[in-house]
Design a protein around this ligand. Sequence first.
Ligand code: ATP
Length: 247
Amino acid sequence: MLLELRDATKRYGDMVVIPKLSLSVEEGDFIGVIGPNGAGKSTMFGLISGSTRCDGGSVFLDGMDVTALDAAQRCRAGVGRTFQIPQPFEGMTAYENALVAATFGRSGNGSAAQALAVDAIERCGLAPVADKLAGTLTLLQRKRLELARAIATQPRLLLLDEVAGGLTDGEMQQLLQLIVTIHQSGVTILWIEHLVHALVSAADRLVVLASGAVICDGDPGSVMGDQTVRDTYLGSDIGEEVGHAAH
Ligand SMILES: Nc1ncnc2c1ncn2[C@@H]1O[C@H](COP(=O)(O)OP(=O)(O)OP(=O)(O)O)[C@@H](O)[C@H]1O
């Protein structure tokens, strides 16, 4: 088991956003995470990556209890993540952004970090703009840089938070191909995305969150056909998409 949440809980004041969530992820999994707005998906990523502290329960990474570790320590332990809104250092080049990530990652410093940064930039198709300031990149390039920064840390587990939002269909296909390649290189993936069809085409497991709880977990086909899932999405923007993905 690469990742295990055991009764992980998060509260904001009196509001329990995630009540005792349990989830197991095997090494090599490619898991899509869906759920209505406010379901707690990003909060769950925070609990896994350490940017949000658990108010109860625990997080295990490869059998080790990492609940008390902060985000930087979990990054070094092999958890990489992208953010919904790309957060590069705008005044640094694409390469320098990847270099910072590599330096704080699992095995980087000095020439090892430089090699990791170059590799991440190349794998993410950013070599032609490696020396451009991150603040001048297009949306697709910024999304790619978000991925490059994450893989430069050499994650074993990669958390993708809506990396495809705002892209055209063609750009989305390019990004999807890149993510599939990253998975094939041995990285375990958890991917939150509202574009359900993209997840269904790539993931081998879908997890549906609602009100901080897993309401369905299984292969994409059966999850999309599940009545509880359909009822959860009824009347929402992506309800129709869930219906289509089930066929
Ligand atoms: N820092 C915070 N303080 C108070 N409430 C918060 C905080 N962060 C998140 N929440 C609340 O927690 C709930 C879950 O939010 P979260 O962002 O995890 O949902 P989500 O499933 O990722 O939503 P979306 O699909 O809209 O991104 C929401 O009701 C949100 O308003």
